[in-house]
Design a protein. Structure first.
Length: 591
């Protein structure tokens, strides 16, 4: 019998109850194998064990029980908060948990949360003595931070694993065999299926298990597979400051919450990233302050439902004030109460540095109370840019998606936002070909794209995901070619409308944060306007607004005023007028 099944059966026999919020934790070791089924599982690498490793294996054999892993995996947040790495388990010494300068190569797939998680994972490994490499060939450990949102995202990872197989085989006889790990959403979704399908994978770590990486890698070093895919109710990695890897960067992402309670019927995220939880305000402010001191000019607050933020960590804030939802919007969960909300956080973050732009992504349209809109309107450094994922323009499809709003409520919200924040830049996500979507529903989405005229859009063909409500209750009945045709139509309409929307900027003067040279030309610079649209302009000398005698060339991190001369669906072009500051610019800028 498969040893994992043995563990799970043993768990049942011993009467361990299900753990609240716990998906499960698996430690795939020879010990587990031998004690349950009487067999051993030396890997090819294990055959070249030296004395040290043998000793390690024998300690593993007399080491922890399965219960130990369940216990250590549910260590409360307060205990973890004092250090990035959990205390060594009794069967491993601190020394064994150290990376001993082994080189880690990290590769990221999927959303911005994954980019941030990559830096969290790296921060934890760095403290444990690992080095980072950007050269795949010299890596001792390759970690893929994965995405499960659509079938295609997972297929990319399987293909990558096949490529890595050759690299691993080449290294089988080396003194330091190559270890491969799958991190993030795909590890969480597929669990041991990955270990079974790809024997070359040594470790699995779900999105809430990155603190456990040093231990998982140590176990893997002894030639055994190891996994932790436990989801947590409170892990926010609040105390793990991601390492700022690019010293020339002008902007950074700051994770403020994790997980999702919305349960939209198409979405795998609640199953891969677990329940919604927010990082305490104080630790977010500390990170933003540090980034400001490092000279960064832009911070994007990050979370799966960033504006559902609710810091319940301080008892005094757990009052009974109930939540203000946008008008006409409802939730799939019981109304939550109390805590410090997104408006409070946004207010505090925007006060840290008036020269630092603040953005946030990805929000849910249900959580836009007027307090948030008011702040965006009145603070110069909060960008007037809102992502409002609609997903569909048909109320019937929205209901099947369990989005908690109708087309009419969504459109009303758009009008309300535009009244509050004139010139606001809007973007959205749409899914083409959801279960039961008719041609009429599709045309409703086309008409919503025309009606709103978004500045940016992210459009996808529906991909059925196991575990979701749609998988259990609905039929994926729109033919693949129909989905793709509808997607193409949405893209075409979106582009036409975005071009029109962006052309309204021609002739205006806009504040641009310079990022560096344009990808296509060494004589042009590239930056972003307040709406997060790319702006390209020639790299020429210009006046400095604070000192008219001074002639300067724009550098990454500078704010410049650019007169817009042309626009497409994705980019603006213009010529630079002068270098300025964010505070001084509002007098000159037209939307
Ligand atoms: N199929 C296609 N697109 C999806 N998205 C989420 N789940 C799916 C799915 N199963 C899209 C939604 C979401 C964005 C991040 O990805 O539009 O807002
Ligand atoms: Fe992909 Fe969603 Fe996970 Fe991000 S949260 S990595 S988009 S599945």
């Amino acid at each position: 019998m498969h040893h994992l099944q043995c563990i799970l059966q043993a768990q049942r026999c011993l009467g361990w109850g299900p753990l609240t919020s716990v998906s499960w934790l698996l430690l795939r070791t020879c010990r587990a194998h031998s004690s349950f089924s009487g067999t051993t599982c030396p890997s090819p690498e294990g055959q070249q064990e030296d004395g040290v490793r043998k000793d390690f294996s024998s300690r593993l054999a007399t080491g922890p029980t399965f219960q130990h892993f369940l216990r250590s995996a549910s260590v409360p947040q307060e205990k973890l908060a004092s250090s990035d790495v959990v205390d060594p388990p009794p069967y491993l010494t601190v020394d064994e948990l150290l990376g001993r300068q082994r080189k880690v190569y990290l590769e990221t797939y999927g959303c911005q949360m994954n980019v941030n998680d990559t830096e969290i994972a790296w921060s934890i490994l760095q403290k444990s003595g690992y080095l980072r490499t950007s050269n795949l060939q010299e890596a001792d450990v390759i970690l893929l931070v994965t995405c499960s949102i659509r079938e295609k995202a997972e297929q990319t990872i399987w293909n990558r694993l096949h490529q890595l197989k050759a690299l691993k085989t080449k290294r089988l006889r080396s003194r330091v065999p190559l270890k491969i790990g799958i991190l993030g959403c795909m590890a969480e979704r597929l669990k041991e299926e990955i270990l079974n399908r790809e024997k070359m994978v040594d470790i699995l770590a779900g999105p809430d298990a990155y603190r456990d990486l040093p231990r998982l890698l140590t176990v893997a070093e002894s030639g055994q597979q190891a996994a932790n895919v436990l989801l947590s109710l409170d892990e926010t990695y609040a105390d793990v400051m991601p390492v700022q890897t690019s010293p020339s960067a002008t902007s950074a992402f700051v994770s403020i919450m994790r997980g999702c309670d919305n349960m939209c019927s198409y979405c795998i995220v609640p199953f891969t990233r677990g329940r919604e939880r927010s990082r305490p305000v104080a630790s977010i402010l500390e990170e933003v302050r540090k980034l400001s001191e490092q000279g960064l000019k832009e911070v994007t607050l990050l979370g799966q439902n960033v504006n559902s933020y609710r810091d319940n960590s301080e008892v005094q804030f757990n009052n009974a004030v109930s939540t203000n939802l946008s008008r006409g919007f409802s939730t799939n969960y019981k109304t939550k109460q109390g805590g410090l909300r997104f408006a409070h956080l946004l207010d505090q973050v925007s006060r840290i540095d008036p020269e630092m732009r603040i953005r946030f992504t990805s929000p849910h349209p249900k959580d836009f109370p007027d307090e948030v809109l008011q702040l965006i309107h009145e603070r110069d450094n909060i960008c007037k840019q809102i992502h409002l994922p609609a997903q569909s323009g048909s109320s019937r499809v929205l209901e099947a998606m369990r989005r908690g709003y109708s087309r009419e409520a969504y459109v009303e919200l758009i009008h309300h936002i535009r009244e509050f924040i004139p010139g606001v830049s809007l973007s959205s996500d749409f899914i083409a070909g959801f279960c039961g979507e008719t041609e009429e529903d599709h045309l409703q989405t086309v008409s919503l794209l025309r009606e709103v005229q978004y500045n940016m859009g992210f459009l996808f063909a529906y991909s059925m995901r196991q575990k979701t409500r749609a998988y259990h209750r609905l039929k994926d009945d729109v033919l693949e070619e129909v989905k793709l045709r509808r997607l193409e139509e949405l893209i075409t309409v979106f582009r036409e409308e975005a071009t029109k929307a962006n052309k309204t900027s021609v002739g205006c003067t806009q504040l641009v944060l310079v990022e560096g040279f344009s990808k296509r030309s060494a004589t042009e610079l590239c930056g972003r306007n307040d709406g997060n649209l790319k702006v390209i302009f020639p790299d020429v000398e210009m006046e400095d607004a604070t000192d008219s005698e001074l002639r300067v060339r724009a550098q990454p991190g500078d704010y410049v005023l650019v007169k817009i001369t042309s626009a497409s669906s994705q980019t603006l072009r213009g010529h630079v007028l002068c270098r300025t500051t964010l505070k001084d610019s509002s007098a000159y800028c037209s939307p």
